[in-house]
Design a protein around this ligand. Sequence first.
Ligand SMILES: [Zn+2]
Length: 336
Amino acid sequence: MKEASLYEKIDGRVVCTACNRYCVLKDGQIGFCGIRKNVGGKLYLLSWGLTASMNIDPIEKKPLFHFKPGSRVLSISTTGCNWMCKYCQNYDISQRRTVEGYSLYPEDARKILKEYGADGASYTYNEPTIFAEYARDIAAEIKKVKGFNTFVSNGYLSREAVDYVSSFLDAITVDFKGNANDSFARKYINIKSYDPVFQTLKSLKEKGIHIELTDLIVPVEGIGDNIEDARQLVSWIKLNLGENVPLHFTRFHPDYLMSEVPPTPISVLEDHYRMAKDEGMKFVYLGNVPGSKLENTYCPRCGRLVVEREGFSIKRKFFDNSGHCSFCGEDLHIVT
Ligand SMILES: [Zn+2]
């Protein structure tokens, strides 16, 4: 464990500023996420130096389709989370409230990255903002070998955390993890509102961090898969983040407390895809649908196939070193 940076002291209590919950903690208390604790008036990150899960993944798995395509990332997580999604795919680590894992110091991460020939690191599987200080320390080591750093996040960052992580992040995938509507949020995620997520996205855009978005389509009660709600979300995205932000609609997979809910019908996902294209988004994808042609990138100007994907691997690509279409020169907004 290590003393955290993201907190303030107020009247003998500490206020954790890592995420938008702003937990107020008395001496001995642990925050909602399960890994940040007030010890004698100071906030400690209990999971600093402990990873609960670590893998080398294709960057396409995050999903990041427009950032360093074809690269490999060292994925690192801890235990705990600031959300409680009832269908979490990683509930074993995210909802665990005992802090445990394998010892992994920042310099170890750098050595593993080199050993496996990975190109960057991704802080993922559980919400990385809750272990932002650990991620920052690892990121500093990764940068020493010219690696990049990315988050896979729910976007529920505090203003303070946005500033903090912007100093070391190159890219972020923000996953709405369901319909970005507050009644869905209260019932299935245990947050009051998505407003902080929208605020985070606007701030990250201002700071110039590469953003991709994931909208998980949860087929429950006609809420999680409501296409008019999704249309509103898409129009917000287009207005505030622009039409070039890659948008991934992903298929729900039954898990955790919602193992009875069936996977999202492919036709529902395809309806979402068409809606987003009709609204003017240029780079729309389906996720968790192996074999779908809608995992590919098509040039928004000439319509040609420019990146052919199969699962998380790239089969063919037709863009130049600055991310422009090989056929017509259109900017594909790919960071190469
Ligand atoms: Zn083209």
